[in-house]
Design a protein around this ligand. Structure first.
Ligand SMILES: [Zn+2]
Length: 464
């Protein structure tokens, strides 16, 4: 990890929350003449649904590289809005905004309220317009069936006393509030955790929309089948966010006759071929192949952390650490690290590759000492990102640290060790009017080996 001293604090995980799972599953009601699509149980008003989607989209927009090519964006938005206008349960509140992420991975996802993201790789892999329309129609299905907030609603039922009033009365950031309620709204956001039954329903809605728009309604299921077989390495994220329903193709085949008579299906368009050609002609997406900013002399890996701990008394806190580690302190931070835990970096001198770093932080945006932990932690992440441009939040959740409310944020970034990724666990909590933070650092390949030492350190942490 590059840059000053970081804070980390960790805590033990609060009792794992039992989620209520038996709420009305989303389902399709088959009418005599036509299909009716029914969203499942939901605590969110339409206004809150759209607000949560907007807040989430703002985070996505800063976390991912977005394609800016106006021609491709116009094409995707025209197509997406045309499809969405045919969706069942459409609502005038929905934003229906379509963005293209500049990544060659094959992926697409939908946030509540109509914010849909399609990867460049998904468009490039489509063989015709009907197929990419199928992907977008499927994502529109997640929106109109409100799958993201349905999942969040189920999770919130674990705390029924606080939830209803809290959700209805919440006037600030919904993401901040939901995170404090223990929901993960990071990269593994609960809003993207689709169940198999939600997938089936998105397939049903997607197929319906394709039919209404005049496309071959088989195209959606076909696309998913083709890309899963043809590009297994590029579709991992898509199929983990979209678990494959049983007999997807058969289910679609059963649905199609119920949609209406077969007609002359539209398969492709010159506009699609033009957009695809344009994408293939653009510079390759920013990939993992970035020039390392690191000297070519990494030391050997440090010895494994000792299980014998010794205590360190800091200013306002104490913590135990492995007895084969050392302490380095400067004005801003205390680093606890193994020998060889700091490596030379060409540009910035040295960076910590292993160990922990503790520091305190005064939120910039506090109003007379009033600030929220989520926003303050975001400030820390923003600061870290200045020297770690590829920093990515994997997961964020609320926790308790010695009875205090704390926030645990799992991060991925580039390791100062050449060519390696790094994993960091940032734990933040309030100490008087500042944020106490501890960050645990290890290369991704060693993080699991270091985790027991990190956990033991966190358990030992005492903050005055
Ligand atoms: Zn899906």
């Amino acid at each position: 990890m590059n840059g000053g001293g970081w804070r980390r604090t960790e805590a033990r995980f609060l009792a794992s929350m039992a989620l209520a799972l038996l709420i009305l599953p989303p389902g399709v009601v088959w009418g005599a003449e036509r299909l009716e699509f029914q969203p499942g149980f939901n605590l969110f008003s339409m206004q809150k649904e759209v607000q949560l989607g907007k807040e989430s989209a703002e985070k996505v927009d800063t976390a991912y590289p977005l394609l800016t090519d106006p021609q491709v964006l116009r094409y995707i938005n025209d197509l997406g809005r045309r499809l969405a206008s045919l969706a069942p349960n459409n609502n005038p509140e929905y934003a229906w905004t379509f963005k293209v992420i500049n990544s060659s991975d094959i992926n697409a996802f939908a946030l509540p309220g109509g914010y849909i993201y399609v990867n460049r790789g998904a468009i490039e892999a489509a063989e015709n317009e009907a197929q990419i329309a199928g992907v977008m129609a499927h994502e529109s299905g997640h929106v109109v069936m409100r799958h993201g907030t349905h999942e969040a609603s189920q999770a919130l039922l674990a705390q029924p006393l606080v939830v209803l009033g809290g959700l209805i009365g919440q006037s600030g950031s919904l993401i901040a509030w939901l995170t404090e309620m223990g929901l993960d709204l990071g990269v593994n956001s609960i809003l993207l955790k689709n169940s198999r039954s939600a997938e089936s329903q998105a397939d049903e809605v997607g197929t319906y929309i394709l039919y209404q728009a005049g496309y071959d309604p088989h195209a959606m299921a076909q696309y998913f089948e083709i890309v899963e077989k043809k590009y297994p390495e590029k579709t991992i994220q898509f199929f983990s966010d979209h678990p494959v329903p049983e007999d997807r193709v058969k289910a679609v085949d059963r649905e199609i006759p119920l949609l209406g008579p077969a007609k002359g299906w539209k398969i492709d368009s010159p506009e699609f071929e033009e957009a695809k050609k344009r994408l293939l002609g653009l510079p390759a997406p920013p990939g993992a192949k970035r020039g390392p900013s690191v000297s070519a002399t990494p030391p050997g890996p440090p010895p494994a952390p000792s299980s014998r701990l010794i205590k360190f008394d800091g200013n306002g806190f104490s913590i135990a650490y492995p007895d084969n580690w050392q302490v380095q302190r400067n004005e801003d931070a205390v680093a606890l690290l193994p020998p060889g835990g700091i490596v030379d970096v060409a540009e910035s001198g040295a960076a910590q590759a292993y160990g922990a770093s503790i520091s305190r932080f005064q939120p910039q945006h506090s109003k007379q000492g009033k600030w929220g932990l989520v926003d303050a932690t975001q400030e820390i992440l923003d600061t870290l990102r200045l020297s770690n441009p590829n920093l990515r939040v994997i997961e964020q959740r609320g926790m308790k640290l010695e009875g205090r409310s704390a926030l645990s944020t799992l991060l991925e970034t580039d390791s100062p060790l050449q060519g390696q990724k790094e994993r960091d666990l940032l734990v933040t909590t309030r100490q008087a009017d500042s944020v106490f933070s501890i960050i645990f650092i290890a290369p991704e390949s060693s993080f699991d080996a270091y985790k027991p030492a990190f956990d033991a350190m966190l358990q030992s942490l005492e903050i005055q």
